[in-house]
Design a binder for this molecule. Structure first.
Ligand code: NFS
Ligand code: SF4
Length: 662
C-alpha cells in the first residue's frame, strides 16, 4: 500500500483490524478522524517544507529556497544548506526540550517522594545505590530517602548546570567519550544546550551547517545521556524497574461493563497515582453504585508504555489510535498530560459522554476540562479525576468495542531484565548475547522506535520487523513502534518460531523470550544506550557503539522528539535509518547527514521510504559491522550443550516469560 503525495493513508487502506472494524461501524462514521481530515485537505505537502528549505526565522521571510539557484537564496542570503540545517537543529532542540521538561517533572516528583510528600516510595533500592554511586553520593549506612533526596537534587542541578560535563556521559564506552571530547560536543548542562541551539538557529547567527550540527549533537546528547536517562532511571527507582510480564494491547482491552479511563501522554506521575487510587475503597463503592463492574485503566501512547512496562496495565491504543479509542464511545474519561495529544480528541468526543481531562498547566485545549494535577496532593487529585469518570458511566450512550481485537504481549525488557534473562540470576551479563552474535546465531541488534503517522502504510513497523527477524536480527522496540509490533503479534515468545531465522528462533526458544523486546517509552530509548554500552563492555564486539552490529530506525517518525533521539544515536555511534527527513532540498547538508558526519561520530543517518528496502539497509549496515569485526564468516552450527542451556535457562524464575514457564 502506498501513500500519494498528499501523503497519507486513506480510510480504505488501513490494515489494522481493530481500526478497520471500528471505522466500519455507524457509530464511528459519525466522528471525524485524521483519515477524514486527510481526504478533506486534499492538498499536496509543500515541496519547500518537505525538503527543509522554507525559512520563517525572521520577518523578512518566509523565504523558500531553491538550492543552486542564485536568485533563490533567502533575503538575508541564507543558503538551502543553512536553512535546512537550522530547521533540523531546531527539531532536535524542540525534541530535547520536550524530553527535558518531562524529565524535570519526574526528578521533581522523585525529590517530593524522597521527602515523603507523595503517595509513592523509593522502590528499587539497588538501582538507587547504583545511580548514587555514579553521582558520587555516599550510600554506606544511609537511609534510602536520604540518598534519594541527594540524588534528586544533584540530578536537578544538571538541568541548570552551566559548565562542566553531564555526569552520565561517563557511563558510555571510553572510546565514545573520547570522540565527544575531540568533537567538542560534551553537553555542559541540559537546558543550556537547548537554549544555545535556539540561539544559534536564530537569524544571522550560526550559518555553517557542520557547526550547527555540532551543537545539535551536543543538544541531542544532553537528551539521551542526560534528560531522558535521568527520567528513565529515577522513574524506575520510584516506580520499579520493569520486569517481564504478560499484558494485552489494542482497542479490545476496553471493557463494556467497566468504567474505562484511558491515560494519554507521557509523564507517568499522574498515571501511577491513578493506578493507586483505582483501588480506593470509596471509589470502588461508587463504582458499584453506578452499576459498573470495576475501573478499567488503559494506556495510550507513552504514558501507556510507562504503566504497561511497570504494572502490566493494558494499552488501548498508540498514537494513530487515540481517536479510535474515543470513537468506541466506551471511554468515560481520557486523562491527558503532555505531548502527542491530538487537538482533535476533544472534537471526537463532542457528541459523546466522554470527558477529555487535561491535567498539566502546560497543556490545555479548548473543549476539554482542566483538573490540575498537584504532586503534593497526588492521591486526592487522582481520586477526584476517577470520581468524575465513575459518575460519567451512567451517561454512556451507544458504544462499540472490537472485543475480539486484543493481543497478548510480554513486555518489561529493561536493560536489567535483558542482563538477567540472558545471563541468569548468578551471572548477570550480556555474555550470551555477545556470544550468540559472534557465533552468528544472532546477526545483530536492531532498534525499532518512535511514532506512527498517516503518510505511509500503517503496517510499516511490521514489514520491517518481519524482514529483520527472518535475517536473525533481534529487535528492541520502544514508543508507539513497540505498540504497533505488539499489535502485530510479535511480542509473544511463540512469534520466534513463526517469524525468525533458525539461529534467532533457537536463542529465543532457549531463553523463552519474544523476538521483539519491548524496552519502554520514548524516554526509555536511553535504556538502549545502556544496553549497547553493556554489549561493548562485555567484549568481543569492538570498543565502542560504532563497532557493534546494531542499527536503529524510527520509520514512521512524527514528533520532533524522534529527531532528537535519532541524532543522539548517531552522535553515539549508532547508524539510524528513517523513511524520510526534511533535508532533501539542501544538497550539501543532505550529503553530510547521510554520510559525512560519520567521519566525526562513526555513524550517520540514512533514508529509505520502502519498508523492505529500509530493513535491508539496516541488515547491510549490520553485515558491514560484522565484516569489520571479522565475525561475518559462516560459523559451524553449534548445538547448545547442556551447560549452555543451563546458563541461558537460569533466567527462569522471571515471572510470566518463557516456554512453559508461568
Ligand atoms: Ni515517542 Fe511517545 Fe508515540 Fe511518537 Fe508520541 S507517544 S514519546 S513521540 S507518537 S512514539
Ligand atoms: Fe528569509 Fe533569512 Fe529571514 Fe530565513 S532568516 S526568513 S532565509 S531572510
Amino acid at each position: 500500500m502506498s501513500a500519494d503525495r498528499t501523503g497519507r493513508v486513506k480510510r480504505n487502506e488501513i490494515t489494522a483490524p481493530s481500526t478497520r472494524d471500528l471505522l466500519n461501524q455507524d457509530l464511528a462514521k459519525q466522528v471525524r478522524t485524521a483519515y477524514d481530515r486527510i481526504e478533506d485537505r486534499g492538498m499536496s505537502a509543500c515541496l519547500f517544507g518537505s525538503g527543509g528549505t522554507c525559512c520563517r526565522h525572521c520577518n523578512m521571510g518566509p523565504c523558500q529556497i531553491i538550492d543552486g539557484v542564485e536568485s533563490m537564496v533567502g533575503i538575508c542570503g541564507a543558503t538551502a544548506d543553512t536553512v535546512a540545517a537550522r530547521h533540523f537543529a531546531r527539531m532536535v532542540a524542540a525534541g530535547t526540550a520536550a524530553h527535558t521538561d518531562h524529565a524535570r517533572e519526574m526528578v521533581r516528583g522523585f525529590i517530593a517522594t524522597a521527602k515523603g510528600e507523595t503517595p509513592h516510595e523509593i522502590k528499587d533500592v539497588a538501582k538507587l545505590h547504583k545511580m548514587a554511586t555514579i553521582f558520587g553520593i555516599e550510600i554506606e549506612g544511609r537511609d534510602k530517602n536520604e540518598i534519594a533526596l541527594e540524588l534528586g537534587e544533584k540530578a536537578l542541578a544538571e538541568f541548570g548546570q552551566q559548565d562542566g560535563v553531564l555526569t552520565m556521559l561517563k557511563r558510555a564506552p571510553k572510546k565514545q567519550q573520547k570522540v565527544w571530547k575531540k568533537q567538542g560536543v560534551e553537553p555542559r548542562g541540559i537546558d543550556r544546550e537547548v537554549v544555545e541551539m535556539m540561539h544559534r538557529t536564530h537569524m544571522g547567527v550560526d550559518q555553517d551547517y557542520r557547526n550547527l550540527m555540532l551543537q545539535a549533537s551536543r543538544c541531542a546528547l544532553a537528551d539521551g545521556w542526560g534528560a531522558s536517562m535521568l527520567s528513565t532511571e529515577l522513574t524506575d527507582i520510584m516506580f520499579g524497574t520493569p520486569v517481564p510480564r504478560r499484558a494485552i494491547i489494542d482497542l479490545g482491552v476496553l471493557k463494556a461493563d467497566h468504567v474505562n479511563v484511558t491515560v494519554h501522554g507521557h509523564e507517568p506521575l499522574l498515571a501511577e497515582s491513578l493506578c493507586l487510587a483505582a483501588e480506593d475503597e470509596e471509589l470502588l463503592a461508587l463504582v458499584k453504585k453506578v452499576g459498573a463492574k470495576g475501573i478499567n485503566l488503559a494506556g495510550v501512547c507513552c504514558t501507556g508504555n510507562e504503566i504497561l512496562m511497570r504494572r502490566g496495565i493494558p494499552v488501548a491504543g498508540s498514537f494513530i489510535q487515540q481517536e479510535m479509542v474515543l470513537a468506541t464511545g466506551a471511554v468515560e474519561a481520557m486523562v491527558v498530560d503532555v505531548q502527542c495529544v491530538m487537538q482533535s480528541v476533544a472534537q471526537v468526543v463532542k457528541e459523546k459522554h466522554t470527558e477529555i481531562i487535561t491535567t498539566n498547566y502546560r497543556a490545555k485545549m479548548p473543549d476539554a476540562i482542566h483538573i490540575q494535577f498537584e504532586e503534593s496532593e497526588a492521591y486526592a487529585s487522582a481520586k477526584k479525576i476517577l470520581e468524575r469518570a465513575i459518575l460519567n458511566f451512567k451517561k454512556r450512550g451507544d458504544c462499540y468495542i472490537p472485543t475480539d481485537k486484543k493481543f497478548d504481549i510480554v513486555v518489561g525488557f529493561s536493560h536489567e531484565t535483558i542482563n538477567y534473562m540472558l545471563g541468569g540470576r548468578f551471572r548477570q551479563s550480556y555474555r550470551p548475547l555477545n556470544d550468540n552474535i559472534i557465533n552468528g546465531r544472532i546477526k545483530g541488534v536492531a532498534a525499532i522506535v518512535g511514532c506512527e503517522h498517516y503518510k505511509y502504510a500503517d503496517d510499516v513497523h511490521f514489514q520491517i520487523a518481519k524482514e529483520l527477524l527472518k535475517n536473525n536480527v533481534l529487535i528492541l522496540a520502544t514508543g508507539c513502534a513497540a505498540q504497533a509490533l505488539g499489535r502485530a503479534g510479535l511480542m509473544r515468545p511463540e512469534a520466534a518460531a513463526e517469524y525468525c531465522g533458525a539461529g534467532l528462533a533457537e536463542v529465543c526458544a532457549t531463553v523463552g523470550m519474544p523476538p521483539v523486546l519491548h524496552v519502554g517509552s520514548c524516554v526509555d530509548n536511553s535504556r538502549l544506550l545502556i544496553a549497547l554500552t553493556e554489549m561493548v563492555k562485555e567484549g568481543g564486539l569492538g570498543e565502542d557503539i560504532s563497532e557493534l552490529p546494531a542499527c536503529g530506525t524510527a520509520p514512521l517518525w512524527m514528533s520532533e522528539k524522534a529527531v532528537a533521539i535519532g541524532q543522539y544515536f548517531v552522535a553515539s555511534g549508532a547508524h539510524v535509518v528513517f523513511q524520510n527527513l526534511p533535508i532533501a532540498g539542501a544538497k550539501a547538508f543532505n550529503k553530510y547527514l547521510l554520510g559525512g558526519i560519520k567521519e566525526q561520530f562513526g555513524a550517520c543517518w540514512d533514508v529509505e521510504e520502502d519498508p523492505i528496502k529500509l530493513a535491508r539497509k539496516m541488515i547491510a549496515a549490520i553485515d558491514g559491522k560484522r565484516e569489520a569485526l571479522g565475525i561475518n564468516k559462516k560459523q559451524d552450527r553449534v548445538l547448545f550443550d547442556m551447560e549452555m542451556r543451563r546458563d541461558m535457562q537460569s533466567g527462569q524464575g522471571i515471572p510470566g516469560v518463557g516456554c512453559g514457564q508461568k
